[in-house]
Each structure stands twice: as structure tokens, then as C-alpha cells.
Design a protein around this ligand. Structure first.
Ligand code: HSE
Length: 434
């Protein structure tokens, strides 16, 4: 069999992982692919001391790799959405298959890229874009192909989970843990993508498109990060039997879907509540199989390389199939932008953890509970701690039953306006994930 020649663009963390795993496991990888897989070309502005590039044709212009007729598969690992998009489109128009770990690129420009790939009869594979080393795209697209996917929920940002875990277990400061995540190569080039939930939103929209067969609609994802989670929230949640995790949730509700990324209280007894550090986990509920859970490292050089190389091996196998079967079926027609519609966050229904600080006076609590009850929000549990004599405010923590978000927001607006309520009233969504 003819060897499959790979052009690797970018020589950062994931590239060096890919380069080194291919070198280390060459024999097994070739055996699984049924042919030799060789990284023949590298496009990068500078070398990386972690990669031995002897025998590889190195170009300082990445577009040389996209145009080189010898390259069969271009692996895009430069990140970003401008040059990366041009590079991928150039590779496609030159008849090359593409493997990418770039979630922002797929989430924001995937519809256009897939349409061009389909027209050119080439494949764009993106397993490494979601949940690092976990083969979650393959699991949903192939392993669960028999199912109607009802919902999925995942911890899909390793950096965010690492920060929340270190804060909870070791009481470390947010900024200090973030710096460590950057040093370990977990964080995005712009770490606000991690902590503000944008990276998770990119991944969620990709998962939803595979699970529900819908076009990518990144702009419709409700996105909230972890920056507002306080040590108090974590402690009170624990007291109520919950853990706070940053989740991406995609749920089918009739003809529409919910796409949301936000901190979420999860019952402590759920396996996913105990997924800590940089690890990711995705729960997928199919109508035939029931709930399934996928767990593994969500970021880092070699875990992500594992997914990149799996795509290369898959592609190498399909290169022997007839062209008609090379483009994997996405479940939607590239370019299609129809149903299902994405629900506004105010229409969703879930339970809530609400925290506020109020003056320690008679009648305050009953006013608050009355406002909630008038809005149709019922209370499941309540904590009000006695405060020392010299402090005139007291924290009030409420756990509600399921309610429509708009109803809760109506109540919170009224509660926030009460002269007896001090500071911001915060709320975190709660999911039982059962
Ligand atoms: N910054 C990402 C994360 C990298 O922390 O999950 C993997 O996509």
C-alpha cells in the first residue's frame, strides 16, 4: 500500500505531541491504518526543540504545505480562525483531507468548511476539537448511531475544571491556578476563552451538531463562565449535597434544542460530579442505550494528539474506499440552516441555587419566599445561617424546584430591588442528570 503523507501545520503543544506519538507508536499506528503513515512535511514559523525534524521537509510558509501535491492529509494545529480558515480552505481546494483540533474554527466556520469539503470530495475530521483525548465524536456518530440522542451534558473545558477543582480542594486562588494551567499547556492562547465558557461553547455546538444532526450555530449558545463562582457558592452547594461543575448542556425538547454552557450544581453522588482536574467527561443519553459516560484527559499535548492521530488513521483507511464514501455523513446537509431551533435561555426549565445577602430583620425571608411563590417558583431547600451579633446581614441560600427561567428571573428582579437585600443576588442552575 502507498504510504499516506501528512503535512503538519503548527509546531505548538499539540503538534509536538502528535509528532512524538507518531514516532513512538509508529508500528502500531501503521498496522491499524493498514498502510504507513509518515509526517513528511511541517509548516511552522519556527522549530520546536521537542520535535526531531530530521528527514522532514520544513516550510516557514504553512500555505506551501496546503499546496504541496505530495501531501495527502493536512493537519491544522495552528489555532485561531482567520489564517487557519484560509489554510484549511486552501488545502481543501487542493484536494487534501484535513484533520484539525481547532474547535473555534469548526464551531464558527464549520458549515462553510464542510460544504466546501463536500464539493471537493474530501473529509474534514475534528475529533481532537472536543474533549481532548476522549473519542466522543466517534462514540456519538458511530457507537450511538442507532439512538435518538435525547441530551448530553459534559465537562468539556479542562482548564476550567482544573481551576474549580484546585480552588475547592486546596483553597488556591483563581489566578494562581490559571497560570499553572497555562504553563501545563491546557489553556487557550487567550485564557478568557476557557474561563468565560467560550471554549466550552465551541465544543458544545460541535457535539450538538453531531448528536442532533443540526447545523453549527455557535451564536445561539447561552454562555456563562466560571469567573463569578465564589468559595461561598462552592461551600453552600456542598452543604446541600451538590458540587459545582462547569457544564455544556445540549437537550432536545420537542422541535427545539437547548444549548447552554454555565456553572451547574450536580448531585455529589453522580459520577460526573467527581470528575476533577483537567479531566473531561461527557454524559450522553440515547433512547435505546440509556445514559452513557465518557471520561478522559480533556487537554494536553499527548491526549489531544491521540485524537488527532485517530482521525489520521481513520482517513488513511478511507483513502482506499471509493470517493462517494469518503465524506462522513454529518446528519445535516452542509449549508442547511433550518430546524431544530435553539431555545432562548429564558425558556428553559431547570432547578436553581440562589444566593443573596439580606438584612437580618423579621419579615425579610417571608417577603422573599412570597415573591418566589407569586412567580411560580417553589422552594426545595433553604439555608439561613445565624450571624455574629455585630453583623447585620445574613446569607440566604435557596434551592428551588424546577421552574421556567423567565419566572425565576422575574422573581429575582423583584428580590434584587428590595431595600433589605444587600449586594448581588446570584443564581446557578441545578441539573439532576438522571
Ligand atoms: N483549553 C482547552 C481546555 C484545551 O482547557 O479544555 C482543550 O481543548
Amino acid at each position: 500500500m502507498k504510504p499516506v503523507k501528512i503535512g503538519l501545520c503548527g509546531l505548538g503543544t499539540v503538534s509536538s505531541g502528535t509528532f512524538n506519538v507518531v514516532a513512538r507508536n509508529q508500528r502500531d499506528i501503521n498496522a491499524r491504518a493498514g498502510c504507513d503513515i509518515i509526517i513528511t512535511h511541517v509548516g511552522a514559523r519556527r522549530d520546536n526543540p521537542a520535535c526531531d525534524l530530521s528527514g522532514v521537509q520544513v516550510s516557514r510558509d504553512i500555505f506551501d504545505v496546503a499546496r504541496n501535491p505530495e501531501v495527502d492529509i493536512l493537519v491544522e494545529l495552528i489555532g485561531g480562525t482567520t489564517v487557519a480558515k484560509e489554510l484549511v480552505l486552501e488545502a481543501i481546494s487542493n484536494g487534501k483531507h484535513v484533520v484539525t483540533a481547532n474547535k473555534a474554527l469548526i464551531a464558527e466556520h464549520g458549515n462553510e468548511i464542510f460544504a466546501k469539503a463536500k464539493a471537493a470530495g474530501v473529509t474534514v475530521a475534528f475529533e481532537a476539537a472536543v474533549a481532548g483525548g476522549i473519542p466522543i465524536i466517534k462514540a456519538i456518530r458511530e457507537g450511538l448511531a442507532a439512538n435518538r440522542i435525547e441530551w448530553l451534558a459534559g465537562i468539556i473545558n479542562g482548564t476550567g475544571n482544573f481551576i474549580l477543582t484546585e480552588m475547592r480542594d486546596k483553597g488556591r486562588a483563581f489566578d494562581d491556578v490559571l497560570k499553572e494551567a497555562q504553563a501545563l499547556g491546557y489553556a487557550e492562547a487567550d485564557p478568557t476563552f476557557d474561563v468565560e465558557g467560550i471554549d466550552a461553547a465551541h465544543k458544545l455546538v460541535i457535539l450538538a451538531s453531531i448528536a442532533f444532526g443540526m447545523p453549527l450555530q455557535f451564536d445561539k449558545v447561552f454562555t456563562e463562565g466560571i469567573t463569578k463562582i465564589s468559595a461561598e457558592d462552592v461551600a453552600y452547594a456542598q452543604e446541600l449535597g451538590y458540587r459545582i461543575k462547569h457544564l455544556g448542556i445540549a437537550k432536545r425538547e420537542g422541535d427545539s434544542v437547548e444549548l447552554r454552557v454555565h456553572p451547574t450544581l450536580i448531585p455529589q453522588k453522580r459520577l460526573i460530579a467527581n470528575v476533577d482536574g483537567v479531566m473531561n467527561a461527557v454524559l450522553v443519553k440515547g433512547d435505546a442505550v440509556g445514559p452513557t459516560l465518557y471520561y478522559g484527559a480533556g487537554a494536553g499535548a499527548e491526549p489531544t494528539a491521540s485524537a488527532v492521530i485517530a482521525d489520521i488513521v481513520d482517513l488513511a483507511r478511507t483513502l482506499t474506499a471509493d470517493p462517494e464514501h469518503r465524506v462522513p455523513h454529518l446528519g445535516f446537509q452542509p449549508g442547511e440552516l433550518s430546524s431544530p431551533t435553539v431555545r432562548d435561555i429564558r425558556e428553559i426549565e431547570t432547578a436553581y441555587f440562589v444566593r443573596m445577602s439580606a438584612l437580618d430583620k423579621p419579615g425579610v425571608l417571608s417577603t422573599i419566599t412570597q415573591i418566589l411563590s407569586e412567580a411560580g417558583v417553589s422552594i426545595e431547600a433553604l439555608i439561613q445561617k445565624e450571624q455574629p451579633e455585630n453583623i447585620d446581614t445574613a446569607p440566604i441560600i435557596l434551592l428551588t424546584n424546577r421552574a421556567v427561567e423567565q419566572h425565576l428571573l422575574n422573581a429575582l428582579e423583584k428580590i434584587q430591588a428590595l431595600p433589605t437585600v444587600v449586594g448581588e443576588v446570584t443564581h446557578i442552575r441545578v441539573e439532576s442528570l438522571s
